[in-house]
Design a binder for this molecule. Structure first.
Ligand code: HPA
Ligand code: ZN
Length: 335
């Protein structure tokens, strides 16, 4: 089963590029850029990754991003993640970046996006990995800041497929961003949002209705509303679930209690993703292995997560058909 998972074709749909900053690269960039960080070693950094909820993670995650200064830093960060995609047989990835985490420190929107985009282009050519880029608004910041971020994104519209919403869910409901999402849609962006991670199921419903999202990031608390679950099954609304993240941030106490497999068996379009792999202890293969380790599944069920992710992705129909063919062939030859 381990071998089956490792070589299974994969598609990732929930990945914060700033969350792929491994301690080794954090150290290297801190030295290269003369940025002080409050750690003496990589072991010390890893020891600090002991979270009790989303906010305790976010505090460390935003601090880590301080070492990203130049376009080359954003390139190096993204390239390192793409090499991990290659190792885990991720064929397509849709990644988030948080422009405000950088613009609020005086790093320009252009610096961040140009470095990320250059790495994504190179990966297409050299690694055969395709990608889409989604920019997230930080929900703990205000609507004005989100509008300003949207304005800065407009010259880069060709590089960005959609807008998302991340950061502290509690106390910052979807309503706060209804107008800016409306404007983003008018500009042609697809919308997604983190909802039902730490917040209630009503945040999922509100994101669907007010923010017109086509995919729910996390969404695991949908089970608190039976009618909502039925609606998600009926509409095949995708959920980008992040199993190791949910354990690290104590959304579930242990993997055996995670509802991802139950949701898949109920017919929801659930997918497996790594969220912030440098902080949560694993990339795509690790997430698949952790789920399968705690919830015995057939090869067909495991491959369903990839088929769901292909269905939920923002690629064209031809490319979906190609990835489906590759996955079904793999299943036929390896199950
Ligand atoms: N939730 C909210 N915001 C985030 C996350 C998450 O899981 N990861 C990075 N920013
Ligand atoms: Zn996330």
């Amino acid at each position: 089963m381990k071998q089956f998972i490792k070589a299974l074709p994969k598609v990732e749909l929930h990945l914060h590029i700033e969350g792929t900053l491994e301690p080794e690269l954090m150290f290297e960039l801190a030295q290269r850029n003369g940025v002080e960080i409050p750690f003496q070693s990589c072991d010390e950094i890893r020891a600090a990754y002991n979270f009790h909820n989303l906010q305790s993670f976010l505090d460390i995650y935003y601090q880590g991003a301080d070492v990203l200064i130049h376009e080359q830093d954003f390139f190096d960060l993204t390239w390192a993640y793409l090499l991990r995609c290659q190792q885990d047989n991720v064929l397509h990835t849709e990644i988030f970046f948080d422009p405000q985490t950088h613009t609020d420190r005086g790093i320009s929107f252009d610096t961040a996006i140009n470095g990320i985009h250059r790495a994504l282009e190179q990966a297409k050519l050299e690694l055969g990995i395709s990608s889409k880029l989604i920019m997230c608004f930080l929900r703990h910041l205000d609507e004005t800041s989100a509008f300003e971020t949207l304005r800065q994104a407009l010259p880069h519209k060709d590089k960005i497929i959609g807008v998302g919403l991340d950061s502290s869910e509690l106390g910052h409901p979807p309503q706060k961003f209804e107008r800016v999402f409306q404007r983003a849609i008018e500009h042609g962006f697809i919308t997604v949002a983190h909802a039902g991670e730490e917040g209630p199921a009503s945040n999922i419903q509100d994101s669907l209705e007010l923010l017109k999202i086509t995919r729910i990031d996390h969404g695991v608390r949908c089970t608190e509303d039976r009618a909502l679950v039925e609606q998600l099954v009926e509409n095949r609304t995708p959920l980008t679930v992040c199993p190791l993240s949910n354990i690290k941030l104590k959304v579930f106490d242990e993997m055996g209690q995670h509802n991802i497999v139950e949701l898949m068996r109920q017919g929801l379009c659930v997918t497996i993703n790594s969220d912030d792999p440098a902080y949560f202890g694993g990339y795509m293969n690790d997430n698949f292995l952790a789920v399968a380790g705690a919830h015995p599944m057939s090869e067909t069920e495991i491959a369903q997560f990839t088929l769901n992710a292909i269905e939920a992705s923002f690629i064209g129909e031809d490319e979906k058909a190609r990835l489906n063919r590759i996955t079904r062939e793999y299943l036929a030859n390896n199950a």
